[in-house]
Design a protein around this ligand. Structure first.
Ligand code: NDP
Length: 316
């Protein structure tokens, strides 16, 4: 395997997941509304990512870009650059499809947009259920009911593995103890400011893989809110660490998350960054640097979804 390719991880259901992925969410604007997908930038980015050696792509029905991810993936398969079985495609169930009988149809709709016959991983996006696609009003559907629908999707072979995002420890414990089919993956925000020690330990002890979203957190000034704690990318101590390994600060951050046992899924639509972000499999941080990076943990979230805070199932 060339130095740039990620190793894979055996999930608790026997399937394998590449331990590094590619994010495809364009993010929220200043008013916390989704940035609309206007052009084919996501498709181009995914094609660049596959060319660069990414094999694990993360999308969601709410990102409104499953069609673009699908076009990129199918083009690369048609070109002979990759085979379907070499790729690991994740998508997510949105909050308005939490009724048990709504889950399989929602996945079928995603598969139709992706133009695929199965996804490798299907995730419940949030434990919160809503009436419509909008952030409100909430409906009281227990995520345990939703999970039954996820299990049906797995039994049908429409999703090889199933898991959840944004569940807190109590919710994870409840899901684990109440279900025969265990979640294979927990996807949560993981970056220097929120290193998730409790959830990582819980998942480690129960053989659940942790996927880390928003891996850069507030590292880049463009994303950092005024109240965001340090560090930024120009932090002298981070720059010194990067120099020591002949790497960039973003690479050091991704490597640190990887060494914590997390599967980071950085997003970029920029060719040089797409390539650079993946190039973290030819060095290792020493204990001293790891300890320094640990000090930035402050439990600060970028994705706090305050607009869900009135829901019974709000996780944070
Ligand atoms: P990231 O931490 O991946 O940051 C993305 C931002 O960083 C973009 O603005 C990108 O710019 C910039 N960037 C990327 N690499 C570099 C670099 N090397 N140098 C400088 N800037 C860089 O944030 P995301 O929130 O996008 O998280 C990653 C993925 O996680 C999402 O895309 C999505 O797939 C998933 N996610 C899941 C959530 C969930 O609830 N389950 C919630 C949030 C995210 P540019 O693109 O312009 O290059």
């Amino acid at each position: 395997i060339p130095a740039c390719k990620a190793p894979s991880y055996r999930l608790n259901d026997g399937n394998h997941m590449p331990r590094f992925g590619f994010g495809t969410w364009l993010g929220l604007d200043k008013d916390e509304l989704p940035i609309p997908v206007m052009d084919d930038s996501v498709q181009k980015a995914v094609e660049l990512a596959i060319d660069a050696g990414y094999r694990h792509i993360d999308t969601a029905s709410s990102y409104d870009d499953e069609d673009q991810v699908g076009r990129a993936v199918n083009r690369k398969i048609a070109e002979g650059a990759v085979k379907r079985e070499d790729l690991y495609i994740t998508t997510k169930l949105w909050n308005d499809k939490h009724a048990r009988e709504a889950v399989v149809p929602a996945l079928r709709e995603s598969l139709h947009k992706l133009n695929l016959t199965y996804v490798d991983l299907y995730l419940i996006h949030f434990p919160v259920a809503t009436k419509t696609k909008a952030y409100k009003p909430f409906v009281k559907i227990d995520y345990l009911e939703t999970w039954q629908g996820m299990v049906e999707a797995k039994v049908l072979g429409l999703a090889k593995s199933i898991g959840v995002c944004n569940f807190n420890l109590t919710q994870m414990e409840r899901l684990w103890t109440s279900s025969d089919v265990k979640p294979a993956v927990l996807q949560i925000e993981t970056n220097l400011n929120i290193q998730q020690p409790e959830l990582r330990e819980y998942c480690h002890n129960n053989d659940i893989a942790v996927m880390g979203y928003t891996p850069f957190g507030s590292l880049f000034p463009s994303r950092a809110r005024p109240d965001a704690p340090p560090p930024r990318v120009d932090d002298p101590s981070l720059q010194a660490i990067a120099q020591k390994y002949n790497k960039t600060v973003p690479q050091v951050v991704l490597r640190y998350l990887f060494e914590l046992g997390v599967t980071p899924i950085p997003k970029s639509v920029t060719k040089s960054r797409i390539e650079g972000n993946l190039d973290i499999f030819n060095f290792q941080l020493d204990e001293f640097d790891r300890q320094h990076l640990q000090t930035y943990h402050s439990n600060y979230r970028v994705v706090d979804v305050k607009f869900f805070s009135e829901s019974t199932y709000y996780p944070f």
